[in-house]
Design a protein around this ligand. Structure first.
Ligand code: S3P
Length: 448
């Protein structure tokens, strides 16, 4: 498994036009939630288009450990026979969530209001990440957590035998924290209320409603108020997972900076809580269009068409947009390096606690390839060199972070010289077909 195995150095060479259709994998956030909610429903949930990346496969394994029957039928088709809300069995092994913060935090929430214990661990990246943001609200339900110093994994959660519902205002903009509280609220009697000041991705709310939970969402002056009634019987669903906008970001951005490119990325979920990158790129002057807008499974979907865009300008990305593009700042910084003028990215403190400190990781790799970057605690800026102006020629550390590795591979496509990463292995966590897909469009990405 990546992060545990031998590093896979990779190099991306400057290339000719990227053309054709990029069928990116299923949405990671929706894939995790499909498995977890499927495991908490009564009966058989059928899923198509599931992302079969390492992160999601680890969640599938975890759901089996809690007693659900989770079966792969090949080609993204899965079935989950759920055990019902409150029906989880106690796992007899440590739950290894690999690289996945979403997996571990959502599963902790889902089991925290059942009278069982479970011990969680992950890879070197996940075991550095803060878990108190989830275990603090879970304690309000009556669950206990014992982990390493700084609230880090490995960690045991002792679920509440007699949970109480909670009222919780999420202190950081985090869909994982919000979702952990909602999933815990499922097995607490009465109403659990979660308030978020800034709207984060709302897949949990949409899917809980789809599974038949009683859930309301109100926009108020204090923020979004989400109220969930506990102890529903969740009804199994048929779920078609849309393709992941966070994965689409890579072929889209690659096409914008690679001369002559014209790439279609079909069937991309454009939930407004996820689509901030595309709005930003268009503001920068990218030739990016939405075709065939439609709705699938309660989520807005479109085909994206990205063409080479030699005249992009640096902009100030509005801080209030950060939550809707939080995973896309690394690849945005690569586009920013190919625009004219400075791109300023503020309100992004959360980037420092992702799979890596993403501001630090990108700043180091951009500088190693001739790009000027400034940074503060919660902001960073990139001085654009204009299209094709990135010298390249450097090797970047990926810090066990898939999105850092893929961003630098994209950078190499439009740079003057090749760009390398020390370890592309983590790409398999979210986008296992990245290399063949990009090379199929005309990229020159190779293992070195
Ligand atoms: C996710 C939420 C975000 C995001 C992550 C997926 C989710 O994390 O970065 O890749 O599926 O809920 P935070 O909740 O830490 O912002």
């Amino acid at each position: 498994m990546s992060g545990h195995g031998t590093p896979i150095p990779m190099t991306s060479h400057p290339c000719g036009p990227l053309t054709g259709t990029a069928e990116v994998p299923g949405d990671k956030s929706i894939s995790h939630r499909s498995l977890i909610l499927g495991a908490m429903a009564v009966g058989e949930t059928r899923i198509s288009g599931l992302l079969e990346g390492e992160d999601v496969l680890d969640t599938a394994k975890a759901m089996r450990a809690f007693g659900a029957e989770v079966i792969s039928h090949g080609n993204g088709e899965w079935t989950v026979h759920g055990v019902g809300v409150g029906g989880f069995a106690e796992p007899d092994q440590v739950i290894d969530c690999g690289n996945s913060g979403t997996g571990v935090r959502l599963i902790m929430g889902a089991m925290a209001t059942s009278p069982i214990s479970a011990t969680f661990t992950g890879d070197a990246s996940l075991n550095k990440r803060p878990m108190a943001r989830v275990t603090d609200p879970l304690a309000l339900f009556g669950a206990q957590a014992v982990g390493r110093s700084g609230g880090r994994l490995p960690m045991t959660i002792v679920g509440a035998a007699d949970p109480v519902p909670v009222w919780y205002e999420v202190p950081v903009p985090s869909a994982q924290v919000k979702s952990a509280v909602l999933l815990a609220g499922l097995n607490a009697p009465g109403k659990t209320v979660v308030i978020e000041k800034e709207a984060t991705r709302d897949h949990s709310e949409r899917m809980l409603a789809g599974f038949g939970a009683e859930i309301t969402v109100e926009d108020t002056d204090e923020g979004r108020v989400i109220t969930l009634t506990g102890r529903p019987e969740l009804k199994p669903q048929v779920i078609a997972v849309p393709r992941d906008p966070s994965s689409a970001a890579f072929p889209v951005c690659a096409a914008l900076i690679t001369p002559g490119s014209d790439v279609l990325v079909p069937g991309i979920g454009l939930n407004p809580t996820r689509a901030g990158l595309f709005t930003t790129l268009r503001e920068m002057g990218a030739d990016l269009t939405y075709e065939n807008m439609r709705e699938e499974g309660g989520e807005p979907v479109a085909d994206l068409r990205a063409r080479y865009s030699p005249d992009m300008k640096g902009i100030d990305v509005p801080p209030e947009r950060a939550a809707s593009m939080i995973d896309e700042y690394p690849v945005l910084s690569v586009v920013a390096a190919n625009a004219t003028g400075k791109t300023m990215m503020g309100g992004v403190k959360e980037l420092r606690v992702k799979e890596s400190d993403r501001i630090d990781a990108m700043a180091r790799g951009l500088r190693a390839n001739g790009v000027t970057v400034d940074e503060g605690d919660d902001w960073w800026s990139v001085d654009g060199l204009g299209i094709g102006g990135v010298p390249g020629g450097g090797t970047c550390e990926s810090f066990l972070d898939h999105r850092i590795a893929m961003s630098f591979m994209v950078m190499g496509m439009g740079a003057q010289q090749a760009v390398s990463v020390d370890d592309g292995g983590p790409i398999a966590t979210s986008f296992p077909i990245f290399e063949p897909l990009m090379n199929g469009l005309g990229a020159k990405v190779e293992r070195t």
